[in-house]
Design a protein around this ligand. Structure first.
Ligand SMILES: [Fe+2]
Ligand SMILES: [Fe+2]
Length: 334
């Protein structure tokens, strides 16, 4: 049956009257640019696609805590440590909102989590690169959280209600993340020659992977079109990437740092900056598990999950006890 749905064959032959009415309602909501809510009928492909996108997004937030958490104990001052801790904690929160949003589509959180732990789900390739110096905290905040914002602001209008609403709060926190990254780089860039060199080196390493966060070129991004028809994605990968490049060129100048791309130059005719080819082979290879830190990141996540088992058991035992007590009270009441 599922194969029929996806082949675009005559739907009236396979859909029940309820499904046909549901599909008509779904189509109307999408054409009005309104919102689909968890209890609404939705096509199986929409549910599947959203579940994949929202859960991958959640996984990225959670795995994304690692490169920065790694620097909390080495932050150069108490102030920096407090800010970095708050930032990493925000990312945990983003993961939690997003797992909650994904669960409303009908897949339980433990199943989504298993998909990650068993390597069946992807997360953003950027987090498979190491954070080598303190300046990387600046470059990650400025470029990685910056790219996340460029990607996520349009997602605040995503047709799936719980996803769009989670995104509103996440974007507010991401702007703070980007500002703190920019400020770290600004201070380093205006510090000693060694500090400036460290800032430049971090930007040199993070620039291309940050541009790749928008995903493959449009010509090579088969899911994008459908996602745009469903009002989930609002701009193509290349459009968002261009918007981001145009934004960071000016910011890099203000920082007194350069971007490591000899082809970067203003194109008067297009009204945008041209930029050089990105290494998409490297991107595919990192996604496929061969980045510098893939193994380490997954190992760390599995260990953290195992070490957290007692918390889950305690929470489940407490929930069972509370439920039993509530049932007993109800019995007495009756
Ligand atoms: Fe985040
Ligand atoms: Fe962030």
């Amino acid at each position: 049956m599922a194969a029929h749905h996806e082949s675009g064959a005559d739907l009236s032959a396979v859909l029940s009257p309820e499904d046909l009415a549901g599909q008509a309602n779904f189509d109307r909501i999408i054409s009005e640019d309104s919102r689909i809510e968890p209890r609404d009928w939705m096509p199986a492909a929409y549910r599947k696609s959203l579940t994949r996108q929202v859960s991958q997004h959640a996984h990225s937030e959670i795995i994304g805590m690692q490169p920065e958490a790694n620097w909390i104990t080495r932050a150069p001052s108490l102030k920096r440590k407090a800010i970095l801790m708050a930032k990493v904690q925000d990312e945990a929160g983003h993961g939690l909102y997003l797992y909650s949003a994904a669960e409303t589509l009908g897949t339980r959180r433990d199943e989504l989590n298993n998909q990650l732990l068993e390597g069946r789900a992807k997360y953003s390739s950027i987090f498979n690169y190491p954070a080598r110096t303190w300046a990387d905290m600046g470059a990650i905040g400025w470029l990685v959280d910056g790219a996340a914002i460029a990607n996520q602001v349009p997602l605040c209008r995503a047709s799936y209600g719980p996803y769009g609403r989670a995104m509103v709060r996440i974007c507010k926190e991401e702007s703070f993340h980007q500002r703190q990254g920019w400020e770290i780089l600004y201070e380093l860039s205006n510090g000693t020659p060694e500090q400036k060199k460290m800032a430049q080196d971090a930007v040199n390493r993070m620039y291309a992977p940050a541009l790749q966060m928008f995903g493959p070129p449009d010509s090579d991004s088969p899911h994008s079109q459908q996602s745009m028809k469903w009002n989930v994605k609002r701009f193509s990968n290349d459009e968002l990437r261009q918007r981001f490049v145009d934004m960071i060129v000016v910011q890099a100048e203000a920082l007194g740092l350069t971007l490591p791309d000899p082809d970067l130059k203003w194109n008067e005719e297009r009204g945008h900056y041209d930029y050089g080819q990105l290494d998409w082979e490297e991107f595919s290879s990192v996604i496929a598990g061969n980045g510098p830190c893939n193994t380490q990141r997954m190992q760390r996540r599995r260990t953290a999950h195992e070490e957290g088992a007692w918390v889950r058991e305690a929470a489940a035992a407490y929930a069972a006890k509370t439920a039993a007590a509530a049932a007993a009270t109800e019995l007495i009441g009756a």
